[in-house]
Design a protein around this ligand. Structure first.
Ligand code: HEC
Length: 444
C-alpha cells in the first residue's frame, strides 16, 4: 500500500467515525447494556432485592417509561449521600451524562444494535456466593423463619452460636438469603464469648415485632465483647479488605443476626446467613468498629435527651463525643436512623480545629441505608470531637411516619422500627503514617 492509499483509508475511517458520532446512534448492545449491567443489575436480577430483572433487552424495553422517570428523578439507582459533602467509593448514582444517554436511547425508540457481544450478556449468578471461592464458614439459624403474610414490618434477632478449632483471620464477609426481596436490611454482630458462658443457652430467636422483647435480656451475657459488626442493605455485596487488613474471627462465641423483613401479604419462609472467608495471611492492620449515639458511646449525652420525640414537629438532636483513645483511619461510615429520620450529618473537629466531613444525608430514607466506603482513608486524630446531628420529622408530612395522626415517640435505644435511633458507626484502623494516600480499592 502506498502512502496515498493509506491516507485515503484513514480519511474514510475518520469520516465514517465522525458521522456515526454526530448521529448519536445509541444502541442497546453497544451503549446501554453496559450501563444497566454496571448500575442496575446488582439488584435487578433473580435472587436480589428489586422486584424485577433488568438483565435482557426485553426486560429493559418493557419498562422504558418507568425507567426514564426513575433515573431522571434520581430515585434509581438509590444513592442518598450528598456527594458534594463527601464522595464515597461505593457511589452508585448516575452521572448527568449517563442519564442523558439512557434518555436519548429511550427517545430514539430503543434501537437494539446488531451484535450482542458476549460481554453484554448477564454473568451466571452463583447461588451460594458471589465471591470467587467457597466460604470457609457459613453461619445461619437452624431453620428458616416463616414471615407471616400480615403486611407488617418485622424485626427478628437470631442467635447463632459457633465453636471453631481456632480463631481465624477474615478477608471478606457476605450476607446471603434465599429471599432478599423480603429483607429491608440486616445487621450482624460477632461476639467472642468466654468459656464460662453457655452459648447454647437462651432462646434461638426473638421476634421483636410481637412483643417478646424482654427476652432480649437473655442475650446480654453474649454481648460483653464484640469482634465485628457488619450489615446488608439491598445492593450490598461483599465486604472485603485491602491486603493485610482484616479482623480476627473468634474461636468461640455467638453471632446475633438482626433481620428486618418488609411487609408481605403472603406467608413466606426466609433463611438468611453470613459467609465468612478466611485467609492464612497475617493481618497487620486490625479493622475495628466503634458505635456512637443510640446503643453506643455517648447515648446519654444526646441533646436534648433522646428519649422522646414530640409529635407534629421537626426536632433536631445532636451529639458531641470525643474520639477517646487513638488516631484513627476511617474505612467505612455508617449512619443510622429509623422512619422519622429526615436529615443526618456527621463530621469531626480535630484538636487543631479543622473540620473533617464524614457524611451528609440530605433526605434520609429508611429504605436505603448504606455502609459508605471511603475513597481514601480519613484520618480522625485522637482528641477530635465527633459531631453527629439528626433531624426527625414527626409530622403528618412525613410519608414514612408510622403513626397517623403522629404520636410522640419514646426511644430507649431499642431496635424496633417504630422507635428511633441516632447512631453513627465507624469501621476504622489505628492510624499509621501515610494512610491518607494508601490505595484501598479492592475489586472482587
Ligand atoms: C441498590 C439496589 C438497586 C439498584 C442498584 C437499582 N435498583 Fe431499581 N429498585 C430496587 C428496589 C429494591 C426496587 C423496589 C422498591 C422501590 O421501588 O423502592 C426498585 C425499583 C425500581 C423501579 C420501579 C420503581 C417503582 O416506583 O416501582 C424501576 C423502574 C427501577 N428500579 C429501575 C432501576 C434502574 C433503571 C436502575 C439502574 C439505573 C436501578 N433500578 C438500580 C433496587 C435497586
Amino acid at each position: 500500500m502506498n502512502s496515498f492509499q493509506n491516507c485515503l483509508l484513514s480519511f474514510i475511517f475518520c469520516l465514517a467515525y465522525s458521522l456515526a458520532a454526530s448521529a448519536q446512534a445509541l444502541t442497546y448492545n453497544k451503549d446501554i447494556a453496559p450501563i444497566i449491567r454496571q448500575n442496575c443489575a446488582s439488584c435487578h436480577k433473580p435472587g436480589e432485592a428489586a422486584p424485577f430483572s433488568l438483565l435482557t433487552y426485553e426486560d429493559v424495553v418493557k419498562r422504558t417509561t418507568f425507567i426514564k422517570k426513575v433515573i431522571q428523578d434520581r430515585y434509581m439507582p438509590p444513592w442518598k449521600a450528598d456527594n458534594g459533602y463527601r464522595h464515597f467509593a461505593n457511589d452508585r448514582s448516575l452521572s448527568d451524562e449517563t442519564i442523558q444517554k439512557l434518555v436519548s436511547w429511550i427517545d430514539q425508540q430503543v434501537p437494539r444494535g446488531r451484535h450482542a457481544s458476549a460481554s453484554s450478556l448477564a454473568k451466571p449468578v452463583l447461588k451460594e456466593t458471589n465471591y470467587y471461592r467457597k466460604p470457609d464458614l457459613y453461619l445461619q439459624p437452624d431453620s428458616a423463619f416463616l414471615v407471616k403474610g400480615e403486611n407488617i414490618d418485622r424485626f427478628v434477632i437470631f442467635k447463632i452460636p459457633f465453636a471453631l478449632p481456632d480463631s481465624a483471620n477474615v478477608e471478606a464477609i457476605e450476607f446471603i438469603s434465599n429471599n432478599k426481596k423480603l429483607i429491608h436490611h440486616a445487621n450482624f454482630a460477632i461476639h467472642p464469648v468466654d468459656d464460662s458462658v453457655d452459648i447454647e443457652n437462651a432462646v434461638k430467636r426473638i421476634d421483636l415485632t410481637v412483643g417478646d422483647r424482654r427476652q432480649y435480656g437473655q442475650y446480654l451475657p453474649f454481648r460483653k465483647k464484640i469482634s465485628y459488626y457488619g450489615g446488608w442493605i439491598p445492593g450490598t455485596s461483599i465486604e472485603s479488605y485491602p491486603e493485610n487488613f482484616g479482623w480476627v474471627f473468634p474461636k468461640r462465641g455467638v453471632m446475633l443476626l438482626t433481620v428486618h423483613y418488609s411487609p408481605t401479604a403472603k406467608d413466606t419462609e426466609v433463611i438468611s446467613g453470613v459467609n465468612f472467608f478466611f485467609t492464612k495471611r497475617s493481618i497487620s492492620r486490625r479493622v475495628k468498629v466503634i458505635s456512637f449515639g443510640s446503643g453506643g458511646i455517648g447515648e446519654k449525652d444526646i441533646q436534648p435527651s433522646f428519649t422522646f420525640i414530640p409529635p407534629n414537629k421537626v426536632s433536631k438532636f445532636t451529639l458531641d463525643v470525643t474520639n477517646p483513645s487513638e488516631d484513627q483511619s476511617v474505612l467505612y461510615i455508617w449512619p443510622h436512623m429509623h422512619l422519622l429520620g429526615k436529615e443526618f450529618r456527621a463530621y469531626a473537629i480535630s484538636p487543631e480545629a479543622d473540620t473533617i466531613p464524614l457524611v451528609h444525608i440530605p433526605q434520609w430514607d429508611f429504605r436505603w441505608q448504606e455502609i459508605y466506603r471511603v475513597e481514601k482513608l480519613i484520618k480522625v486524630p485522637r482528641g477530635s470531637v465527633i459531631h453527629i446531628e439528626g433531624d426527625y420529622d414527626n409530622t403528618a408530612d412525613n410519608p414514612m411516619n408510622p403513626n397517623d395522626p403522629p404520636e410522640g415517640i419514646f426511644s430507649w435505644g431499642d431496635m424496633k422500627t417504630n422507635q428511633e435511633m441516632l447512631t453513627l458507626i465507624l469501621v476504622f484502623l489505628p492510624y499509621k503514617k501515610g494512610d491518607e494516600a494508601l490505595d484501598i480499592n479492592v475489586k472482587n
